[in-house]
Design a protein around this ligand. Structure first.
Ligand code: HEM
Length: 359
C-alpha cells in the first residue's frame, strides 16, 4: 500500500457503506451537538459494514474513514463512541487489522483518502477545515514520495552522482508540503479555528481496551525523511520516542522501511564522514551531494519554522488541550526544529570548509 495518486483516488471514490447519504447530515448534527443523531449515524454505518463484502483494501480504508467521522464527532461532544455503540468495536478491529493499520481512522483517511468536492467528509463544513484537509491530501503523498527518493541512499556511495540526484529529488517532492503549510498559515487562524473548533474532533478514542490517537498531521511520514536523512543513527530519546509513536499510525510499508533502516548510517553522517576523509581534494560529486543534503535540511527547517509558529499560536492559551492530537506537546515540536538545525550546522561546517556553497 502506497499513497500513489491512483490508489488515493480509488479510496476517495469508494463508498462501500453508502456513507455519502448517511453522513450528509453530519455537519448539522455536530452544530447542534445531537448525540442521539450521531449514535444513529454510527449505528447505521456499523450495520452496513457488518453486511458489506469489503473485500478490497480501498473499500476497507474507505469504510474506516466513514466510520471515523461519526465516532470522532461523538467524542467531540463528550461521548466515548464504543461505549455508546459496542457493536462498532469488532468492526473497527477487523477493518484495522485487515489493512495492517490501527483500528480507527487516521489523518490519511481524513486527508489523503477523503474525496474532494461535494462528497468531502467534514466535521464542521468550514472553509478553514477544507484548507486543512487539502494540506494533508497533497502533503502526505508528497512526503511519502520524498521518503521513497531517499530510501536507496544508505547503500550508496555519497560521491556517486545518483546520491545528489536523489537528495535533490526528495527536496523537489517536498515542495507541496511547504506550499501547504503556507496556505494554512494564510487561511487558518490556529487558536480561533484549529484549536477551538477542529482539534476537539481529533481526540483519542478507546478501542479494545486501549486509547488510540485521533487524526494528526504529525502522522505524515516526515519522521521517515528524518530517519534516513539525519536521525536513524542518533539516539535523542525524545525524538526516538516520538518517531516510534508516530510510526504506529502510518502504513505497514512505512513501518517495514523504518525497521530495515533504523540504526544504519544516516545521509548526514555518511556525508560528514566522506567530506572529512577526502581531506584537501573533495570530489565535485561529493560536494554536490553534501550541497543537496544541506538544501534538503534547509527545506525541513523552513517547514518546521513556519509550522512552529502555528503550533505556538494554537496552543498558547489555557484551553483544554496541552498537546497535539498525536499526543506531543509544543515543546517537542520546538525540540525537533532545534535538532534539525543542529544537524544542518553539522553538515554545513565541513561542507563550507571543503569549498562547498556557503550560507
Ligand atoms: C493550525 C495548524 C497546526 C497546528 C496548531 C499544529 C500543531 C501540531 C502539534 C501540537 C504537533 C505535535 C504532535 C501532535 O500532534 O501531538 C504537530 C506536529 C506535526 N505537524 Fe502540525 N499543526 C498544524 C498544522 C499542520 C499542517 C498543515 C501540517 C502538514 C500538512 C502539519 C504537520 C505536522 C508534522 C509533520 C508534525 C510532526 C512534527 C514534525 O515533523 O516537525 N501540521 N503539529
Amino acid at each position: 500500500m502506497r499513497l500513489g495518486e491512483t490508489f488515493c483516488r480509488q479510496v476517495a471514490d469508494a463508498d462501500p457503506l453508502g456513507a455519502d447519504r448517511v453522513l450528509a447530515p453530519l455537519v448539522a448534527l455536530n452544530e447542534r451537538a445531537d448525540r442521539r443523531g450521531l449514535v444513529a449515524v454510527l449505528a447505521e454505518l456499523v450495520a452496513a459494514a457488518e453486511h458489506a463484502p469489503l473485500t478490497g483494501t480501498a473499500d476497507r480504508l474507505a469504510a474506516l474513514r466513514d466510520l471515523g467521522m461519526p465516532a470522532d464527532s461523538l467524542r467531540r461532544h463528550g461521548v466515548e463512541p464504543l461505549a455508546a455503540l459496542p457493536a462498532a468495536e469488532p468492526v473497527l478491529r477487523r477493518l484495522g487489522g485487515s489493512v495492517g493499520m490501527v483500528p480507527r481512522d487516521t489523518v490519511l483517511h481524513y486527508g489523503a483518502w477523503n474525496p474532494s468536492g461535494a462528497r468531502q467528509r467534514m466535521y464542521t463544513g468550514a472553509a478553514e477545515e477544507n484548507v486543512l484537509i487539502h494540506s494533508v491530501r497533497v502533503g502526505a503523498p508528497a512526503v511519502e514520495r520524498a521518503v521513497l527518493a531517499l530510501a536507496p541512499l544508505p547503500g550508496l556511495d555519497p560521491a556517486a552522482p545518483e546520491y545528489a540526484a536523489a537528495l535533490t529529488g526528495a527536496r523537489t517532492q517536498l515542495a507541496p508540503l511547504i506550499e501547504a503549510i503556507g496556505a494554512v498559515a494564510a487561511q487558518v487562524p490556529p487558536a480561533a479555528f484549529f484549536t477551538a473548533r477542529l482539534r476537539p474532533y481529533m481526540q483519542e478514542i478507546r478501542v479494545g481496551g486501549r486509547a488510540y490517537c485521533g487524526p494528526a498531521a504529525a502522522h505524515l511520514p516526515l519522521h521517515l525523511v528524518d530517519q534516513l536523512l539525519w536521525a536513524g543513527d542518533r539516539t535523542d530519546p525524545v525524538h526516538q520516542q516520538l518517531r516510534a509513536e508516530l510510526l504506529e499510525y502510518g502504513l505497514p510499508e512505512w513501518r517495514r522501511l523504518h525497521r530495515a533502516r533504523e540504526g544504519r548510517e544516516s545521509v548526514v553522517s555518511a556525508l560528514v564522514r566522506a567530506l572529512r576523509a577526502a581531506g584537501e581534494q573533495v570530489p565535485a560529486a561529493l560536494l554536490r551531494s553534501a550541497g543537496a543534503a544541506a538544501e534538503l535540511l534547509r527545506t525541513l527547517v523552513v517547514f518546521r519554522g513556519r509550522h512552529l509558529r502555528l503550533v505556538r499560536e494554537g496552543y498558547a492559551g489555557d484551553g483544554p488541550f496541552r498537546a497535539g492530537s498525536a499526543g506531543a506537546a509544543p515543546a517537542v515540536v520546538r525540540h525537533l526544529l532545534d535538532l534539525t538545525r543542529e544537524r544542518e550546522r553539522r553538515l554545513v561546517g565541513p561542507l563550507s570548509a571543503a569549498g562547498g556553497p556557503r550560507r
